[in-house]
Design a protein around this ligand. Structure first.
Ligand SMILES: [Zn+2]
Length: 160
């Protein structure tokens, strides 16, 4: 099995889903997960989010967006999907501008977007956890934790 995002074959199983250890993408549910779990996950809002994400993924693949533009698009999606206040969006964009792109190059843009939104939400004392953010973008929450440590070092805004 290979990661459809980065091509790595370093795939592990975490919470019943295949997860790429290299870039953090969630590749889909493990087949032996009981059927009831799919029904619980299949709420309308979740399905709508998944379709939206699939369309966005397709857009990112088709058009030659720059790395920063991709991160920006995923930040937009997250802020909208999680109904986050305007300040969180604006601060996230500012952080994205300030970060040295060379230091984060090669990382999955979804992971960077998720981590920035997570750290900013926390800064604004909003009750948003890694799980909620990770699920919206189809990535692993563990990747957000690891990347948070790295981003805090890179950006003064995130040091609190
Ligand atoms: Zn990968």
């Amino acid at each position: 099995m290979r990661c459809s995002y980065c091509g790595s074959d370093d795939i592990i199983i975490s919470s019943g889903e295949y997860v790429c250890r290299k870039c953090g993408s969630v590749l889909g549910p493990v087949l032996y997960v009981p059927r009831i779990k799919y029904i619980q996950l299949g709420r309308n809002k979740d399905i709508a989010s998944k379709i939206l994400l699939m369309q966005l993924n397709q857009k990112v693949i088709e058009k030659k967006y720059s790395y920063s533009e991709k991160i920006l698009m995923y930040i937009k999606v997250l802020c909208r999907e999680l109904d986050l206040p305007e300040e969180v969006f604006r601060s996230s964009i500012q952080v994205l501008k300030d970060i040295n792109k060379v230091k984060i190059q090669g990382k999955n843009p979804k992971v960077i977007a998720a981590t920035i939104v997570y750290l900013i939400s926390n800064k604004f004392k909003l009750n948003i956890n890694k799980e909620q953010i990770a699920r919206r973008l189809g990535i692993s929450k563990l990747t957000i934790r690891d990347t948070a440590t790295q981003l805090r070092k890179l950006c003064k805004e995130l040091n609190y």
